[in-house]
Design a protein around this ligand. Structure first.
Ligand code: CA
Length: 241
């Protein structure tokens, strides 16, 4: 099946959402980050940032401390409190150099902190460091459950010694499930996390891929790990339903 996006998946451009009300600064940041190879979206306040994240999950957020509606610190806290966005890496920007603010920023859940003025190169190196820390499971780690092994380096799933035949979308779906086991995801969350939000895919599409994934796993006796949670969505679990 032709997939709308993502199955090319080898060159993954990281997407950054820049949240800053001062337009010249925001545009300068966006310009520098695009030049560094990132995909950039912009939000001028906390409200716009929340709606942008709900619409399409970025890989990282850059949030300015001083925003006109909610403070950047409070916005960071909100994202970190919400289960859906708790893992989103956040770098906080501020014009204040005081140590107390820095500590408050990190207490609020920011993954890193930069005081203005800073060089674009400094920002890019912080971003790369935070992204590396945020995605240990995206490295070459193997994840295994009861003999079912996700080999992310070779992009295969093995049942014992045998490769489970999976289409690219089913692979991405199973890889997501195996790196987020025992948690329930709604169809909407799965669309967002597996396909990304800016492409129109019907929620029913999820069910089609779930069916294919179960069918592929069935032969090896692992289909029971892909569990339907009534009224909620799906979960990967090695426990009985
Ligand atoms: Ca600002």
């Amino acid at each position: 099946m032709a997939s709308p996006r993502g199955d090319s998946g080898h060159m993954i451009v990281k997407q950054i959402l820049v949240v800053e009300d001062e337009r010249p600064i925001r545009e300068m940041l966006a310009f520098g980050l695009r030049r560094a190879g990132f995909e950039v979206r912009e939000a001028a306040d906390a409200l716009a940032a929340r709606s942008a994240v709900a619409n399409q999950r970025p890989d990282l957020l850059i949030i300015d401390w001083m925003l006109p509606d909610t403070s950047g610190l409070e916005l960071t806290r909100q994202f970190k409190r919400d289960r859906d966005t708790a893992e989103l890496p956040i770098i906080m920007l501020t014009a204040r150099a005081e140590e107390a603010d820095k500590i408050a920023g990190l207490d609020g859940g920011a993954d890193d902190y930069l005081t203005k003025p800073f060089s674009p190169r400094e920002l890019v190196s912080r971003i790369n460091a935070v992204l590396r820390r945020a995605a240990p499971a995206e490295a070459d780690d193997n994840v295994a459950f009861n003999g079912l092994t996700l080999d992310q380096a070779s992009q295969r799933v093995l049942a014992g010694e045998r490769t489970v035949p999976l289409g690219p979308t089913e692979y991405r779906m199973l890889a997501f499930f195996m790196t987020h086991a025992e948690r329930v995801y709604t169809r909407e969350q799965l669309l967002d996390r597996i396909w990304g939000g800016n492409v129109y895919v019907e929620e029913r599409t999820i069910d089609v891929h779930i069916r294919r994934l179960r069918k592929a796993l069935e032969e090896f006796g692992y289909d029971r790990f892909i569990q339907t949670v009534r009224g909620s969505g799906y979960r990967f679990s090695t426990r009985a339903e």
